[in-house]
Write a new protein. Structure first.
Length: 417
């Protein structure tokens, strides 16, 4: 049960400038981009997808220096859109998304193409900015059609998740591939995930592994995470949990909250190592402090179950509510369960049903099991054994063994003799 909860289980009017002017901002750096102190920021943090800086690495070599220099340059020239874009890019690599989005928004306002592409991608759906997917798509499309890799990746994401457009997995894969073929490491990592899951492409673990390796070789944190995941699960390669742990550690060393969270899971569950709940708490806390919703949920679970810390259901509920409000389905399911039992929160079947339904709608199997329990016992809904059986069966088909007992209980109620 605990491993399931810990399992992993990311305008229309806004386009005021012309399509050609957006392209021009990429094809030729503006005068401000190369003037005075901006040259220092450019040297450290400009994107290789800007023609004048094609020899730059995708990951910034000296991240802290880049942030310091670009902040100084931005303060000297607050209206310099290029500096804002480069500083935003640096903050993205430092996993400070809130700061990154603020600077990328300035870059987009100044029509800097890379800044616009990165900002619009977050505008699709992010807790750090008020989402406006239709506007985001309108910003991304002309840049993607002009061949700008980060915009192609962003537009792929729109079609992948149906942000501002009708979901189209095949078209998403096409845009991701266009960006990947230009060397964009984030698109390579995403393609790996598509091939792993068979979304928009034919499922192929070998290709998933190849794309993950390519992204990881460019030191892309999500590529490293994806490669670790494939090793942990034995997909496209022999299962090697030790290698997975090394890769998660590599991602954690880059500051990736997802990798830090997954290391916490490894120590909490003893996956390929001895259980170390205190270390798990420290890792979950670190990732949670960075705002990773799954880590916040996992930290809540540790406090709820008293693993590595004294049990504190009330504090656990606070953490789970925070993660649920950030959109984490496992937290929603757990919060619903707490309201159904009154543990750490008030007994409230209405709230229990509310959070359980939200998690179920997001595809969380534990929530499907819990909905079965709601309908079996009539908690917040009229008792309906037919629906209870359907939800339990769906959860069992997804691998939730707990649902097997629910199905047996429904059978006993249907046939009391």
């Amino acid at each position: 049960m605990l491993s399931e909860l810990f399992g992993m289980g990311m305008m229309r009017k806004r386009l005021l400038v012309s399509w050609l002017s957006l392209i021009a901002s990429v094809l030729a750096p503006g005068q401000d981009a190369m003037a005075g102190p901006g040259e220092r920021c450019a040297e450290l943090a400009a994107s290789p997808f800007e023609p004048a800086y094609a020899d730059h690495p995708q990951r910034i070599a000296d991240l802290q220096r880049a942030i310091a220099v670009c902040k100084t340059d931005q303060a000297a020239e607050p209206d310099n859109a290029a500096n804002a874009a480069w500083l935003g890019r640096a903050y993205l690599e430092a996993f400070d998304v809130r700061a990154a989005v603020a600077y990328l928004q300035r870059a987009a306002a100044g029509n800097h193409a890379i800044g616009t592409a990165l900002y619009a991608t977050y505008l699709l759906d992010s807790p750090h900015v008020e989402a406006d997917p239709s506007r985001a798509v309108a910003m991304l499309r002309p840049l993607a059609e002009a061949g700008i890799a980060p915009a192609q990746h962003g537009l792929g994401r729109a079609y992948d998740f149906g942000y501002g457009v009708e979901a189209d997995p095949q078209r998403a894969a096409i845009y991701y591939r266009l960006a990947a073929d230009q060397g964009y490491s984030r698109a390579k990592a995403t393609l790996s995930s598509l091939y792993e899951l068979g979304l928009g492409v034919e499922q192929d673990y070998g290709k998933a592994l190849r794309w993950a390796r390519e992204a990881a070789s460019q030191n892309d944190p999500y590529g490293i995470w994806q490669l670790a995941w494939l090793h942990e699960r034995g997909l496209g390669t022999e299962q090697d949990r030790a290698e997975a742990a090394k890769l998660y550690q590599r991602g954690a060393d880059l500051g990736d909250p997802l990798a830090i969270n997954q290391l916490g899971h490894i120590y909490a569950e003893g996956v390929g190592t001895t259980i170390d709940e205190v270390r798990a708490i420290a890792l979950f806390s670190r990732a949670a402090a960075a705002g990773e919703p799954l880590a916040i949920a996992n930290l809540g679970q540790m406090y709820l179950l008293g693993k590595g810390v004294a049990a504190d259901p009330a504090y656990a509920a606070e953490l789970l509510l925070k993660a649920a409000e950030l959109g984490e389905p496992t937290a929603m399911a757990s919060l619903g369960h707490l309201h159904a039992t009154g543990e750490g929160v008030s007994l409230d079947y209405g709230q229990a049903l509310h959070w359980t339904l939200k998690a179920a709608d997001l595809g969380e199997p534990i929530a499907w099991n819990n909905l079965g329990n709601h309908y079996e016992k009539g908690l917040g809904v009229p008792r309906d054994l037919v629906l209870a059986r359907q939800w339990y069966q769906r959860a069992l088909d997804a691998g939730v063994e707990l649902a097997r007992k629910g199905l047996a209980d429904v059978s006993n109620l249907e046939n009391p003799n």
